[in-house]
Design a protein around this ligand. Structure first.
Ligand SMILES: Cc1cc2nc3c(=O)[nH]c(=O)nc-3n(C[C@H](O)[C@H](O)[C@H](O)COP(=O)(O)OP(=O)(O)OC[C@H]3O[C@@H](n4cnc5c(N)ncnc54)[C@H](O)[C@@H]3O)c2cc1C
Length: 370
């Protein structure tokens, strides 16, 4: 079993020190990618142990490409299942189906793995490269004198060249910088339930979308050959699904609120923001974790190529585009309207949203060409 208190590496960037606040997917990717570039990092996480909960499931092709050089992609592939297809139902009647594993480019595939397992892979590879997560350590405050940053963790203050705020949507690092995540919160509660339902598995890796009365949309997302995530745009996910699902075990269920927010700047002095600390949006399209991983990998790339001054602008633009896009899709998905029209619009959106479902093909399906 991996020792989470691994010692820090001696390496060719030993003189540079980076404090990474947060041991979620963003902080772990930052640790992994910086370690790969030989940077001396420290990761502090306020939780006492890795989180047992999964939020994100889908791992996008671009994320797999970013995780390839470290070997994490290979481990993810070995543990996950590949999305095999998509079915859309209107009033419990199937109106659309298509494969998601036939794209001519074999790298265009969507992999499904509970977030805690993705985090465990990232932590394992970071540990093997010499960076362990320090659990039970809370970042408290920082002071940047323009040259180095003094940061206090659990009452102890040390100096670092850079501090990375990968500490989630309620980021203390962001608060310390006095930066506001601008935007708004959605009024409606959404809900998830993770269930074991082996008899439901006609075909492993199948995504299903149920469009129901009054703008209710329920997504059934594969997490393993027998485990599913049900996401609803109404509270109480299981109660909203209007088809019978033979559930053998309920792992967890809960409602959550969504903020559509982004900070105006991902950098202040020697402190950088990334992941949910920098942006949050709706889970439609499953982009949050993927975006955070990409922020972190991009930071390491900018660091290694001496382009840290470009990190904020480049990632801000991509974050803003993602928010605009997921909001457009959310608008289509949740707006009550003629359900056939809603299904068609949803298909067009899903065509661009889900890897392995080429937009061209979706347009042809919708227009009845095949
Ligand atoms: C229900 C739901 C479903 C989702 N589904 C998807 C999906 O399918 N695909 C997808 O890509 N995304 C999805 N997301 C979003 C995804 O979970 C997040 O975007 C992702 O977890 C962000 O990672 P992060 O590392 O930036 O932040 P987090 O995962 O929040 O990690 C931040 C870490 O920082 C730690 N921390 C906080 N403050 C401190 C401190 N002061 N000191 C030390 N440590 C601290 C926290 O304990 C936490 O572990 C979903 C989210 C939800 C709520």
């Amino acid at each position: 079993m991996y020792n989470y208190n691994n010692i820090f590496p001696m390496n060719n960037h030993q003189e540079t020190s980076v404090l990474i606040v947060g041991g979620g997917p963003t902080g772990l990717t930052a640790a992994l990618e910086l370690a790969r570039h030989g940077v001396n990092c420290r990761v502090v996480e306020r939780r006492d142990a890795p989180s047992p909960f999964s939020r994100a499931v889908g791992i996008m092709p671009n994320t797999m490409r970013l995780l390839e050089p470290s070997g994490a992609a290979e481990l993810v592939k070995a543990k996950s299942i590949m999305a095999s297809g998509l079915e859309i139902y209107v009033d419990a009647e199937k109106v659309f189906e298509m494969p998601m594993d036939r794209h001519p480019d074999p790298s265009v595939r969507l992999f499904c793995l509970p977030q805690d397992e993705t985090e465990s892979v990232l932590a394992q590879r970071a540990g093997e490269l010499g960076v362990g997560v320090e659990y039970g350590k809370r970042f408290e405050s920082l002071k940047d004198d323009g040259n180095r940053v003094q940061a206090t963790v659990d009452g102890d203050t040390s100096e670092y060249d850079y501090v990375l705020g990968a500490d989630g949507s309620r980021s203390t690092v962001r608060d310390e910088l006095g930066i506001e995540a601008e935007g708004f919160d959605l009024d409606d509660e959404w809900a998830i339930a993770d269930v074991e339902a082996p008899a439901w598995a006609k075909k492993p890796g199948l995504f299903r979308v149920y469009i129901q009365d009054g703008g209710v949309v329920v997504f059934v997302i594969p997490m393993s050959p027998t485990r599913y995530r049900i996401v609803s745009n109404r509270p109480e996910a299981l109660a909203t699904l209007d088809v019978k699902m033979p559930i053998e075990h309920l792992y967890r269920e809960g409602n959550f609120l969504i903020g559509i927010r982004q900070v105006p700047d991902y950098r202040r002095g020697n402190v950088f923001l990334m992941g949910d600390a920098a942006h949050t949006h709706s889970p439609v399209g499953g982009r949050g974790m993927n975006l955070g991983i990409a922020d972190a990998a991009h930071f390491a790339k900018c660091y290694a190529s001496g382009r840290l001054d470009q990190y904020s602008d480049e990632r801000h633009q991509i974050g803003a585009d993602t928010i605009a896009y997921t909001e457009k899709v959310r608008g289509t998905v949740v707006t009550p309207m003629n359900r056939t029209r809603q299904a068609v619009l949803q298909l067009l959106n899903l065509g661009t949203l889900i890897p392995g479902v080429p937009q061209k093909v979706v347009k042809k399906m919708v227009s009845g060409e095949f």
